[in-house]
Design a protein around this ligand. Structure first.
Ligand code: CMP
Length: 139
């Protein structure tokens, strides 16, 4: 079925001017970018977005990093978009990511791993509405 998923191009990637190269990977995989904006998160907003990880030892590092520089938030649409996006991103830890994936090519570490993508339909819905109103999704 056609799905929508929330993607974030993280500060390590925006800093290195990789937005276009990462978007090309999504588009080459058949995902359509139906909404996109470049924003600067506050640490509090990053904490709200990643609240499921609040008790993890890396939470402070994660939220500090996500607020350190601009991010590009986007909605990707396509057939099985959630799984397809996760395939294109590769494993969370770039050392374990398959060749050709975004994280294998661009990520610097498990923390600074260039992209985020929703992991399931319910979280995709929540994460999309965290950043976008319905009017901003133009499929
Ligand atoms: P993401 O898909 O954005 O969801 C949570 C993020 O936490 C994850 O990608 C990683 O970037 C980050 N993360 C996971 N494990 C660690 C870790 N051990 N140290 C720092 N960050 C981590």
């Amino acid at each position: 079925a056609t799905e929508r998923t929330l993607s974030i191009i993280k500060p390590d990637a925006t800093r290195r001017n990789l937005t276009g190269k990462i978007n090309a990977k999504f588009e080459d995989a058949g995902l359509r970018i139906i909404a996109q904006k470049r924003i600067q998160l506050t640490k509090a907003q990053a904490g709200e977005f990643y609240k499921v990880h609040a008790e993890r030892p890396f939470f402070d590092e994660l939220t500090t990093f996500m607020a350190s520089e601009p991010v590009v938030v986007q909605v990707l649409e396509g057939e099985s978009a959630i799984a397809k996006n996760r395939e294109v991103m590769g494993a969370t830890n770039p050392a374990e990511a398959e060749a050709g994936t975004i994280r294998a090519e661009f990520a610097e570490s498990v923390g600074e791993n260039s992209v985020h993508g929703s992991d399931a339909p319910e979280t995709a819905k929540e994460e999309i509405s965290f950043f976008f109103s319905g009017l901003e999704l133009v499929g």
